[in-house]
Design a binder for this molecule. Structure first.
Ligand SMILES: Nc1nc2c(c(=O)[nH]1)N[C@H]1C(S)=C(S)[C@@H](COP(=O)(O)O)O[C@H]1N2
Ligand SMILES: [Mo]
Length: 258
C-alpha cells in the first residue's frame, strides 16, 4: 500500500519528524513542533512519500529549502546583530575551511582583482588599492560556525549596499553570488546582501586580512552562520538565477540566518 502518509516498517515516524524539525531554526521550529508536526505535513511539504532513508533525505532537503523561504519572510532588514567591545576581539581567530589550513589558496595580491558580473551597470574589476579608497565601515560581531564554535571579531571594509549603489547593481535582483580562489561558492538573498552589517571585509582587528583568513577580501555578514562568510573572494555576481553553494550541496540550510 502506498500513499503520501505511509511509512515502511522500520522508519521511525517520530524520529524522522524530530530530525526534520532540527533543520528548522527558531521560530519556525517551534511553530512546526506545536502545530504542523506530522508526517502528513512533511509529506505535503515535500510532495514525496516517506518510505525509506533516501526519501527521508529528500524530505529533509525540501523542508530546508521551504524553510529558506520562511526565514526570508521573517528576516528583518533593520534588525542589527549585537556588537561587542574591542576587549572581546579574539586574536588570532580560529581558521576553518572545507580542507586543512595547509591547502589554503595562495593569492597574489599584485595580480588580484575583484571581478563584477551579472545585473550591474559598471562591470569594471576592482583592485585592493581601489577598494581601500572607498568609505570604510567596521563592526565587532560574533562569528558562529555550524561545527559548534564561535568567536567575536572585528571586521572592516566596504559596506556592500554602498558598493552596490556605486557600481549600479540591480538591487531588485534576487541573489548575489560569491566566487572564491579555492573554488568555494556562496550566495545571499538580496535583502541579506543589503543588510547594514554585510560588507566586503579587507581588515580584521584593524590589520589587513592575511592568509589563511581569506586574503585579500572576504564577505562579512553578521546575520548569517560562518559558512556564508566567503573568504578569498574573486568575483561577485548579481543574478536572478539561484546560485547553488558548497554548503547547501552538503545538505546545510541555505538561508542560514542566526
Ligand atoms: N572560500 C572559503 N570561504 C569559507 C570557507 C571555505 O572553506 N572556503 N569556510 C567557511 C566556514 S565553514 C567558516 S566557519 C568560515 C571560517 O572563517 P575563519 O577561518 O576566518 O574563522 O569561513 C567560511 N568561508
Ligand atoms: Mo563554518
Amino acid at each position: 500500500m502506498s500513499g503520501p502518509n505511509k511509512t515502511k516498517p522500520g522508519v521511525d515516524k517520530a524520529l524522522l519528524i524530530k530530525d526534520a524539525a532540527k533543520l528548522l531554526p527558531e521560530p519556525s521550529r517551534r511553530f512546526f513542533m506545536r502545530g504542523a508536526a506530522s508526517l502528513g505535513a512533511l509529506a505535503m511539504l515535500s510532495g514525496c512519500e516517506i518510505i525509506d532513508g533516501d526519501a527521508s533525505e529528500n524530505v529533509l532537503r525540501v523542508i530546508s529549502d521551504f524553510n529558506d523561504g520562511a526565514q526570508a519572510l521573517l528576516f528583518n532588514p533593520n534588525t542589527l546583530a549585537p556588537e561587542y567591545p574591542e576587549g572581546m576581539i579574539t586574536r588570532p581567530f580560529p581558521f576553518n575551511a572545507y580542507y586543512s589550513q595547509d591547502d589554503a589558496p595562495d593569492v597574489d595580491g599584485d595580480k588580484w582583482q575583484l571581478e563584477i558580473g551579472g545585473r550591474v551597470d559598471d562591470k569594471k574589476s576592482w583592485t585592493l588599492a581601489e577598494l581601500n579608497k572607498l568609505p570604510q565601515v567596521s563592526q565587532i560581531t560574533r562569528h558562529v560556525c555550524v561545527e559548534g564554535w564561535d568567536y567575536i571579531g572585528q571586521w572592516s571594509g566596504v559596506n556592500l549596499r554602498e558598493f552596490f549603489a556605486r557600481i549600479g547593481a540591480d538591487i531588485t535582483a534576487k541573489y548575489v553570488a560569491f566566487h572564491c580562489a579555492d573554488g568555494y561558492t556562496e550566495s545571499l538573498d538580496m535583502a541579506s546582501a543589503l543588510h547594514p552589517q554585510t560588507m566586503l571585509a579587507t581588515k580584521y582587528a584593524k590589520q589587513p586580512i592575511g592568509d589563511p583568513f581569506g586574503f585579500p577580501l572576504r564577505l562579512r555578514t553578521a546575520t548569517k552562520l560562518g559558512f556564508k562568510n566567503a573568504k578569498w573572494l574573486t568575483a561577485i555576481e548579481v543574478t536572478n538565477t539561484f546560485p547553488d553553494t558548497y554548503y547547501r550541496k552538503e545538505g546545510f540550510n541555505w538561508f542560514a540566518g542566526i
